[in-house]
Design a binder for this molecule. Structure first.
Ligand SMILES: Cc1cc2nc3c(=O)[nH]c(=O)nc-3n(C[C@H](O)[C@H](O)[C@H](O)COP(=O)(O)OP(=O)(O)OC[C@H]3O[C@@H](n4cnc5c(N)ncnc54)[C@H](O)[C@@H]3O)c2cc1C
Length: 416
């Protein structure tokens, strides 16, 4: 893709994905303008679980999920909730979600996820180096915990899938788990330790440091909402914002859960929706974790951050407009307080964010079908922090017309 040096490449969205795309494009020598309606990292990238994992090869939709959903919706402590009024709007997404849960599709999807995730950490390396923030990454591994033997047994197919994809893991008995993470109450039967998982000590500061590095290296950031595009002869010639028109040499749409409205203006309507998630951050929790602890059964993670203990997770299907249901955040505390008796929630802060989710759990990293100088990079669902830099590197390759070294077909916007 040749770019006109006079005009910038405009990256829309300053979440972790957009910031990493902008940094990679800048390092390639492009003039880059990063635009966001808010400040860097203030969208979904503000409040995630801070985990950077190369191990997330199991999609959200696994075989038999359709049978399990009614039971999950009936359980108030379950990781899944739905706003029933939103059901008609999300029905097409759910249909794709169920279709993508067949054993054959899950196998293919896990391969597609693995080839993206492999090298996720290495793709961050040059950015961490440029920003001088290597110390913001802790490579402690993480552990998933199981309260019942039945829960652990029901997890076996996922464990097998991880093994088939070459994920490093170690199954722990109750006593081994207690030695690994002594702050946990003795209510767990099993654990699985994943040594190759890392975390940021502060995911929001992480994005901000990368954005500040982008500016220090000569990139520009504009605070404006994109509302349209000007197009000519199969190219995007300008980005229209609420503050004016910006002539551009190319465009990257990395607007997270809000990307669909923008791609629709360029003739693509991918089945992107949102899995809303919640967090509580406890500044003085009264417990010290050695490493992040995750519950597959309850769908949330407890991560020790420089700002306190972060409890993050759960899924609520409710779209981009409905007000938060803070009961979902309460569920996080109720679950975690059983793990860590006496968990202190004084001065806690709470948050809701919008995971940008494709129904097959695979992000879109793709050329735009109808515009030679436009690239799409969104739909990272539960693993956007993990894949930020990897996506930036791939987008940069697509822009340069270089072979990215992997088959990009599974990430195409028009795969549905
Ligand atoms: C509770 C929870 C826990 C999570 N835990 C983890 C985890 O531990 N590890 C992990 O890897 N991932 C995790 N995730 C997922 C991760 O947070 C997301 O995948 C990631 O933040 C998505 O980044 P993004 O840059 O695509 O989107 P965002 O961070 O949402 O950025 C998109 C940006 O686009 C801007 N924008 C939108 N529309 C426009 C417009 N028209 N004009 C201008 N700007 C616009 C928005 O203002 C926003 O800043 C979690 C998510 C949640 C909700």
């Amino acid at each position: 893709m040749s770019t006109n040096e006079k005009n910038p490449v405009v990256v829309i969205g300053a979440g972790i994905v957009g910031v990493c795309c902008a940094l990679y494009l800048l390092r390639e020598g492009h003039r880059v303008l990063l635009v966001d309606k808010g400040g860097p990292g203030e969208g979904t990238s503000f409040g995630n679980g801070s985990i950077v994992t190369e191990e997330a090869v199991v999609p959200v939709q696994t075989p038999g999920i359709a049978r399990k959903v009614p039971g999950m919706l009936a359980d108030p402590l379950s990781p899944l909730a739905i706003r029933w009024s939103y059901l008609p709007r999300i029905a097409p997404w759910l249909l794709h979600f169920v279709r993508a849960s067949s054993p054959e599709r899950v196998e293919e999807i896990s391969i597609a996820l693995r080839q993206l995730l492999r090298g996720a950490m290495a793709a961050y390396d040059p950015l961490l180096e440029a920003a001088g923030i290597r110390d913001m990454i802790r490579r402690s591994g993480w552990v998933s915990v199981y309260e019942t033997e039945a829960g652990f047994q029901s997890y076996q197919p996922k464990l097998e899938l991880q093994r088939r994809r070459g994920v490093k893991l170690e199954v722990l008995e109750a006593e081994e788990l207690r030695q690994l993470e002594p702050s946990l109450a003795p209510i767990f039967r099993r654990g699985v330790f994943y040594p190759d998982v890392a975390q940021t000590v502060n995911n929001f500061r992480f994005v901000q440091e990368l954005a500040a590095t982008f500016v220090r290296l000569g990139g520009e950031i504009g605070r404006q909402a994109v509302i349209g595009f000007e197009q000519a002869e199969g190219r995007v010639t300008a980005v229209v914002t609420d503050a004016g028109v910006i002539a551009c040499s190319g465009v990257v749409i990395a607007a997270g859960a809000w990307s669909k409205a923008l791609t629709a203006m360029l003739g693509s309507k991918p089945p992107l929706d949102t899995e809303r998630g919640y967090h509580l951050t406890l500044p003085s929790p009264g417990v010290e974790l050695r490493l992040p602890v995750y519950s597959t059964e309850r769908g949330f993670v407890c991560t020790p951050l420089e700002t306190g203990l972060r409890l993050a997770g759960t899924v609520e299907l409710g779209g981009l407009e409905a007000a938060p249901n803070w009961q979902r955040a309460e569920v996080l505390y109720r679950n975690a307080s059983r793990w860590f008796p006496g968990l202190d929630r004084r001065d806690e802060s709470r948050w809701m964010g919008y995971r940008p989710s494709m129904p097959d759990s695979v992000p879109v990293i793709s050329r735009a079908p109808h515009h030679r100088n436009a690239i799409f990079a969104f739909g990272h669902g539960h693993i956007g922090l993990s894949l930020g830099a990897r996506t930036g590197a791939l987008v940069n390759d697509l822009f340069a017309g270089r072979d990215p070294g992997i088959d990009m077909t599974p990430y195409r916007v028009d795969r549905f």
